[in-house]
Design a protein. Structure first.
Lengths: 113, 110
């Protein structure tokens, strides 16, 4: 299984600012995913990030709000832009191994004031 | 209707009890079924993975899938306080988009 780390583990931010979350994997992976987990709700896929191509966003999520970078096969970033209190959530990155099994990072707990 | 429905709980059981966690799904295209365990302030951890109807056992954990009734279950035998966590069921149709339930919070009381 892949070992995934995320930075920061948590942050408290002011409305209108942006936060970039980093995701590092200990092995090369093709598929990386970014999820949001809000209290009482299921994990929601924000976008899929493949190295060398533009991220694919799910309905309800747009690149201007959640720009994603995927510069290589072990790293990705998600930026939460122009934040509002509604963006307070846990953001998780995940990867898929060759057996099509997803593994998750520890998450970034974001609070927007 | 959500594609994957899961009772959020919380579910509280005494140590040693058999725990039954359940989900239903509506998408007939789902082929793969997973259970994740998520401890507080941690990311989800894959617990069980199956792609067929029937039972799959791993130690104290048994995953059961009934495709005819679109029902997914996770059984935990001899439950331990360390099993206290939120359990998420998930399903995938095979094109890499995984749909998660909301999670059931389990507390095993010593």
């Amino acid at each position: 299984s892949a070992v995934i780390s995320q930075k920061p583990s948590r942050d408290i931010c002011q409305r209108g600012t942006s936060l970039t979350i980093q995701c590092q994997v200990d092995s090369q992976v093709t598929m990386m995913f970014w999820y949001r987990q809000q209290p009482g709700q299921s994990l929601t896929l924000i976008a899929t990030a493949n190295q060398g191509s533009e991220a694919t966003y799910e309905s309800g999520f747009v690149i201007d709000k959640f720009p994603i970078s995927r510069p290589n096969l072990t790293f990705s970033t998600l930026t939460v832009s122009n934040m509002s209190p509604e963006d307070s959530s846990i953001y998780l990155c995940s990867v898929e191994d060759r057996a099509d099994t997803q593994y998750f990072g520890p998450g970034t707990r974001l609070t927007v004031l | 209707q959500k594609e994957v429905e899961q009772d959020p709980g919380p579910l509280s059981v005494p140590e040693g009890a058999i725990v039954s966690l359940n989900c239903t799904y509506s998408n007939s295209a789902f082929q793969y079924f997973m259970w994740y365990r998520q401890y507080s302030r941690k990311g989800p951890e894959l617990l069980m993975y199956t792609y067929s109807s029937g039972n799959k056992e791993d130690g104290r954990f048994t995953a059961q899938v009934d495709k005819s009734s679109k029902y997914i279950s996770l059984f935990i035998r001899d439950s331990q306080p360390s099993d206290s966590a939120t359990y998420l069921c998930a399903s995938e149709a095979g094109y890499q988009k995984v749909t998660f339930g909301t999670g059931t919070k389990l507390q095993v009381i010593p």
